[in-house]
Design a binder for this molecule. Structure first.
Ligand code: BES
Ligand code: MN
Ligand code: MN
Length: 458
């Protein structure tokens, strides 16, 4: 019988060509102008899933972008793995900062450059190709279900309802997701925590029109000045967030756990170098690894108002606005945090302006346990293909659906990602290493084999 490895070896080039076709479809979920392209990506993916041997592949419409579903049920006695991924991508702008067009994938220095190369088309497609390799060599040891969504990058708004409506169909023993990163190509890791998210937009309004900044400046509140002062006051000089009650529910991490966490390889000099910064920054009393995993944060994602064109125009803007995200940790509740933010931010406004806060999407944090069959199966799989035991590590990013899987379906997730922090996801020149793409395709079948075996014993 042909081995999975041999099959993968002889189909390497095709696996890459197919990913290239996928990456060429600009499935930008945030931009309504690309709605058709998002649906083209769903169609392309469903065709490829069927070709790979997945049964009953269906494009299921939602009120937003469609979900692509398919399955292979081998034997009801076998464990069932539900694979989740997202085929939508972030907008590519600013376009002028890309070295090659975002939807014309190229390979340079062993990496695939394109929007979605890593997040998440490349990582999603590893699962389709891993499945194909197991199926075509008759070595699939579990039942598999695939659920690929097109709205992750805009908050997975309709996925909760989909889970509620399709509980039976989605019945499974574990959810397998590749949408996170490893520490480095020689230090494999498994993500065991994701941060939650509360996202708001704030608007400060002053006079009823833009004013001459000489005639009125100094006598009328400038919404841009006021907004900056309000935002600046959201952190104290210790880097802590000043919203009353913000830290009330933050889970306390034991000293022992913090120590273990900080043993993970991390080079501050390399970190600063890669980002072109002279110093790091953040909440006092915590390391960089802690600041990006176990501590909550507040950041302006965009800010605007007044004149931002060429040259100088003297104007006192009538309005200024900002988009602000808060990354949350267990056991902070996004809705509660949003409420605290709204109340506090409104209270900060001087009588000379008006403030409006509009909440956007949110998501709950998640922690995944390490004393489970799925974690052990993932760890053994990585040990085999990387030659080293992976390190469990919490990530700073968010995948809100992970908490929903647990709450609605009652199923735990294993986050078996293969990206690198240097892949520049959401940034210009996003990339994904060829090493990582093929390593993922190689590792996933080992997960299935170990998981089936461990489940049978337990
Ligand atoms: N794949 C990322 C999340 C991620 C990135 C997890 C790196 C761990 C390491 C996901 O596509 C993403 O970007 N999520 C958004 C949240 C969403 C609600 C828009 C995020 O984290 O900003
Ligand atoms: Mn992603
Ligand atoms: Mn993303």
């Amino acid at each position: 019988m042909e081995t999975v490895n041999a099959y993968q070896e002889s189909n390497r080039d095709r696996f890459l060509e197919e990913l290239f076709s996928f990456l060429k479809i600009p499935s930008i979920s945030a931009d309504p102008a690309y709605k058709e392209e998002v649906s083209n990506a769903a169609q392309w993916l469903s065709n490829k899933m069927t070709e790979a041997g997945i049964d009953g592949v269906e494009i299921i419409p939602t009120e937003g972008h469609p979900i692509v579903y398919g399955e292979k049920i081998m034997d009801p006695g076998l464990p069932t793995v539900l694979v989740y991924g997202h085929y939508d991508v972030q907008p590519p702008d600013p376009l002028e900062l890309w070295d090659s067009p975002p939807f014309e994938p190229v390979i340079k220095n062993g990496k695939i450059y394109a929007r979605g190369a890593c997040d998440d088309k490349g990582q999603l497609y590893m699962h389709v190709k891993a499945f194909e390799s197991m199926h075509k060599t008759n070595q699939l040891a579990c039942n598999v279900k695939f659920m690929f969504e097109g709205e992750e990058e805009v908050g997975s708004e309709h996925l909760g309802k989909f889970l509620e409506d399709h509980k039976d169909r989605l019945d499974s023993d574990v959810i397998l997701v590749s949408d996170t990163s490893i520490i480095s190509n020689d230090v494999p890791s498994i993500t065991v925590g994701l941060r939650g998210l509360s996202y708001v937009e704030v608007e400060v309004t002053g006079p009823n029109k833009d004013l001459h900044s000489g005639v009125y400046g100094g006598a009328v509140a400038n919404p841009a000045n006021v907004l900056c002062a309000m935002i600046a006051s959201l952190h104290d000089d210790q880097g802590r967030i000043t919203i009353p009650g913000f830290y009330d529910d933050v889970a306390v991490i034991t000293e022992a756990e913090r120590e273990r966490m900080n043993e993970a390889p991390f080079d501050l000099e390399v970190y600063k170098d890669e980002l072109g910064i002279n110093a790091v920054h953040g909440e006092q009393g915590y390391t960089t690894l802690e600041r990006t995993s176990i501590r909550p944060t507040l950041d302006v994602n965009g800010i605007w108002g007044g004149y931002i064109g060429e040259g100088a125009k003297t104007v006192l803007p009538a309005k200024a606005a900002a988009k602000i995200s808060m990354r949350l940790v267990p056991h902070q509740e996004p809705d509660k945090i949003t409420e605290l933010f709204v109340k506090h931010f409104e209270s900060l406004a001087p009588p000379s302006v008006q403030v409006k806060v509009t909440p956007h999407h949110g998501g709950q944090p998640a922690v995944t346990p390490t004393d489970t069959d799925e974690y052990r199966a993932a760890a053994m799989a990585m040990k085999e293909t990387f030659g080293k035991d992976p390190i469990p590590q919490r990530s700073g990013g968010s995948i809100p659906i992970v908490a929903l899987f647990e709450r609605i379906l009652g199923v735990k997730t294993v986050l078996l990602g293969f990206g690198l922090d240097s892949d520049a996801i959401h940034s210009p020149n996003e990339s994904y290493g060829l090493f990582n793409y093929y390593k993922g395709i190689e590792t996933i079948p080992h997960f299935f084999a170990h998981y089936a075996r461990l489940k049978q014993i337990s």
